[in-house]
Design a protein around this ligand. Structure first.
Ligand code: IDC
Length: 468
């Protein structure tokens, strides 16, 4: 036995997942989401990119260790069009009530790098384990500012798995204060919504920023599951959405479920969010996927493989069901898988990555990989050498499409359905698509073999096929 707490946790959670599987199999899952977040031109966006980056959690200025050249390289190597860019409450509001406009300037500068290359940006208010002030050394949590961290002197013991630090009394207390479960700090959620309003004031009208991910992996402290998600979490999302809409009517708002459980295939009890904007609501669902056995360090092989496949299928159903609930009778809201990733040196990693992309494509979800950091989870080594992940993520996909309904892709091309006339942009890895591909269901407007970008004119209700 390598680590007793790891196995105790695993045992408990396998039981939970099995329980969830039974419950979920008794309900009917929606087929797929047919709605997508849209850019300023009203074109549906298929998100294909990286979380950028985990390094932002611990830099003094809150910015990722990531340059404009790094972005150019990623675009050339993998044809990405999207980023989930990490921002943090501690950087936006480092002192209580004081917004750091200099930080927002620096974020805006990076957003411009993406704008210059045709990307769309989602800003992710990241946190893990509340904030860095949960421990004296500051090297475990990230996200919340020190002034908003109240552990009441309760212990926060740390070990080898960062996620287990969520179960420490001091971490739990910090969250209990934020959700006002203790009744002592109602001002914290207000400041959080104010921080979002400040971000929205800055990026309202910036066409590159298309979405705000309201909180990374929410955690309820002593409130878990239904009590947390349908209660203070839904309330906070509504409050942040209302604050954002005071400044910015157009940027999509993305909500996440409680991460514990949902990431492993369990259902969510989140409530609906009303969007006060004029016109159609712009609320999207942006969950994460980390099957438990892999979270605990296993590969996608042996006995684990079947368990993980089961988790992914279960997770897909639960995602679509929650997206439908958020749609409040108008069908599933757009879905972006905001995080999945793994140490790609593990056995079966390539098959797992493929499984996730194929599942997401068929369910109408964009995918953002965790993460754009150097090393064994990322696309590059720290010396810049490309890793195995680069070729796995360099895959064909429809990028921006008017009236997109669904798509599938393979190494040989893409097929997608549209419901109205307009333009479509498709990415095809240049190394594999050396000649102009064959197209049916649309007219070719342009083909750039160097970048792998194909633009099409689609006449109306069509199934478009692009093949080598
Ligand atoms: C991980 C980083 C790791 C860091 C840890 C704690 O890869 O270097 O020590 O966070 O900050 C998530 C989180 C995401 C995690 C990721 C991988 O949203 O921040 O990054 N993960 O563990 N949820 C499940 C997995």
């Amino acid at each position: 036995m390598r680590n007793p707490s790891r196995w105790a946790l695993a045992g408990a959670l396998v039981l939970l997942i099995a329980g969830g599987a039974v419950a979920a199999s008794l309900r009917v899952a929606p087929e797929a989401s047919t709605r997508f977040i849209q850019d300023a031109d009203g074109r549906s966006i298929v998100a294909h990119g990286f979380n950028t980056a985990s390094s932002a959690k611990s830099t003094p200025d809150g910015l990722p260790l990531f340059t404009e050249d790094d972005l150019a390289r990623e675009q050339t190597d993998m044809g990405t069009d999207f980023v989930r860019f990490l921002i943090s409450w501690r950087a936006v509001e480092p002192e209580k009530g004081v917004i750091d406009q200099g930080y927002l300037d620096a974020v805006e500068e990076r957003v411009q790098w993406y704008a210059d290359r045709g990307y769309d940006v989602m800003l992710d208010m990241h946190q893990d384990l509340w904030g860095s002030a949960i421990t004296p050394g500051g090297d475990w949590g990230n996200g919340a500012p020190a002034w908003a961290t109240f552990t009441d002197g309760l212990p926060v013991n740390t070990g080898d798995m960062w996620e287990l630090v969520y179960l420490e009394p001091g971490t739990i207390r910090a969250f209990d204060h934020f959700w006002n479960t203790t009744g002592e700090h109602p001002e914290l959620a207000e400041h959080y919504a104010d921080a979002w309003r400040a971000v929205a004031e800055r990026f309202a009208g910036n066409d590159t920023v298309v979405a705000y991910d309201l909180m990374n992996e929410p955690y309820g402290g002593t409130l878990q599951g239904v009590a947390f998600e349908s209660g203070p979490l839904t309330t906070l999302y509504q409050r942040a959405t209302d604050a954002i809409r005071e400044a910015d009517p157009d940027t999509w708002v993305c909500v996440e479920p409680q991460a514990f459980g949902f990431n492993w295939g369990l259902p969510s009890a989140l409530g609906p969010i009303d969007d006060p904007r004029d016109g159609d609501p712009r609320v999207a669902f942006c969950p994460h996927l980390y099957p438990l056995p892999m979270d605990l360090g296993d590969g996608f092989a042996g006995d684990t493989r079947g368990l993980v496949q089961g988790t992914v299928a279960q997770w897909r159903s639960n995602v679509l069901r929650t997206a439908e609930m958020l749609g409040q009778g108008e069908g599933a809201v757009p879905v972006i898988l905001g995080e999945f990733g793994l140490d790609t040196t593990r056995e079966g990693a390539e098959q797992y990555v493929k499984l996730v992309y194929e599942t997401a494509d068929a369910a109408g979800m964009g995918v953002v990989y965790w993460s754009r950091d150097d090393g064994s989870w990322g696309p590059y080594e720290s010396d810049g050498t490309a890793r195995n992940l680069v070729s796995w993520l360099n895959r064909p996909y429809p990028r921006e499409v008017d009236g997109l309904v669904s798509w599938t892709s393979s190494d040989d091309g893409v097929t997608f359905e549209v419901r109205k006339s307009g333009a479509a942009t498709v990415y095809l890895p240049p190394a594999a698509f050396t000649a102009q591909p064959a197209v049916s269901g649309a007219e070719v407007a342009s083909w750039d073999a160097a970048s792998g970008i194909l633009t099409l004119d689609v006449a109306g209700d069509e199934t478009v096929t692009v093949a080598r």
